[in-house]
Design a protein around this ligand. Structure first.
Ligand code: C5P
Length: 223
C-alpha cells in the first residue's frame, strides 16, 4: 500500500493540533504532534537543571534521553525515559523550553529519524514547524496554517481558562510573539512556508469552518 503523508506547519496557536486531529480522525490517519517531542526534550533538560538555550550543556545530555510516541486509541502519548509526560509538557513555561532546545542542531537531528520512521510506516498527518520543508519534503499535501498573533493568543488564553488555569492575556501574547521570533529566526529549520504549501489563514475563520476548509483542501489535493 502506498502511504500518504500530510504536513501541517505554522506558528504557535494557529489551531494546528485541533484541526489536524479532526482531519486525521476523518481520514483514518494517525495524527503526529511533533511539538510534543521538542517539549519532552525541553522538559527533561529543565527538570535536570540544564540550561535549555545552551548547546554545550544540552547536546551531551541527549545520550540520557529516550523519547517515544505511543498511540493509545488513536491518541498520541509522549514517553520520556519510560514515563508518560504528555500532560506535564503542556505549560507555557515548557513551550519556551521547547522553543529554546529546538534551535539546537543536535536536538533536531536527534528527533529527525523518529519523525521519519513514523511517516514511513503509517498514513499520517504531522504538524510542526519544519515538516513540509525538512522532515517530509515529499509530503502529498502541505498546509501552512496561520492567524494573527492576537487571534492566536486569544485562543491559547481561552484554552487555559477553560482548563481552569489562571493566565494573563498580555503575557500569552508576549510569549507567542517571542516564540514566533525564535522559531522564525533560528538558523536551523526555521518556521517558514514551504514553496509548495497551501496557505490557510484562520484569523477571521472560526474553528469549525477552519476544520472544514483544511479537510476539503486535503481531500481535493489527494484526489
Ligand atoms: O507545536 P508546539 O507549540 O507544541 O511546539 C513547541 C515548540 O517546539 C515550538 O515553539 C518550536 O520551537 C518547536 N518545534 C519545532 N519543530 C517542530 C515542532 C515544534 O521546532 N516540528
Amino acid at each position: 500500500m502506498l502511504l500518504k503523508s500530510i504536513a501541517i506547519d505554522g506558528p504557535a496557536g494557529a489551531g494546528k493540533s485541533t484541526i489536524a486531529k479532526k482531519a486525521a480522525n476523518e481520514l483514518g490517519y494517525i495524527y503526529v504532534d511533533t511539538g510534543a517531542l521538542y517539549r519532552a526534550i525541553g522538559y527533561y533538560m529543565a527538570t535536570n537543571g540544564i540550561e535549555t538555550t545552551s548547546d554545550s550543556e544540552v547536546t551531551p545530555e541527549l545520550k540520557n534521553v529516550k523519547v517515544e510516541l505511543r498511540f493509545v486509541e488513536g491518541a498520541q502519548r509522549v514517553f520520556l525515559n519510560g514515563d508518560d509526560v504528555s500532560e506535564k509538557i503542556r505549560t507555557p513555561q515548557m513551550s519556551m523550553y521547547a522553543s529554546n532546545v529546538s534551535a539546537i542542531p543536535s536536538v533536531r537531528e536527534f528527533l529527525f529519524d523518529l519523525q521519519r520512521d513514523i511517516a514511513n510506516s503509517n498514513n499520517i498527518i504531522m504538524d510542526g514547524r519544519d515538516i513540509g520543508t525538512v522532515v517530509l519534503p515529499n509530503a502529498d499535501v502541505k498546509i501552512f496554517l496561520t492567524a494573527s498573533p492576537t487571534a492566536r493568543a486569544k485562543r491559547r488564553y481561552d484554552e487555559h481558562i477553560n482548563k481552569g488555569e489562571t493566565v494573563n492575556f498580555d503575557k500569552i501574547l508576549e510569549e507567542i510573539k517571542l516564540r514566533d521570533y525564535n522559531d522564525s529566526n533560528r538558523e536551523i529549520a526555521p518556521l517558514k512556508q514551504a514553496d509548495d504549501a497551501i496557505l490557510i489563514d484562520t484569523t477571521e475563520i472560526d474553528l469549525e469552518d477552519s476544520i472544514k476548509l483544511v479537510i476539503d483542501t486535503i481531500t481535493q489535493k489527494l484526489g
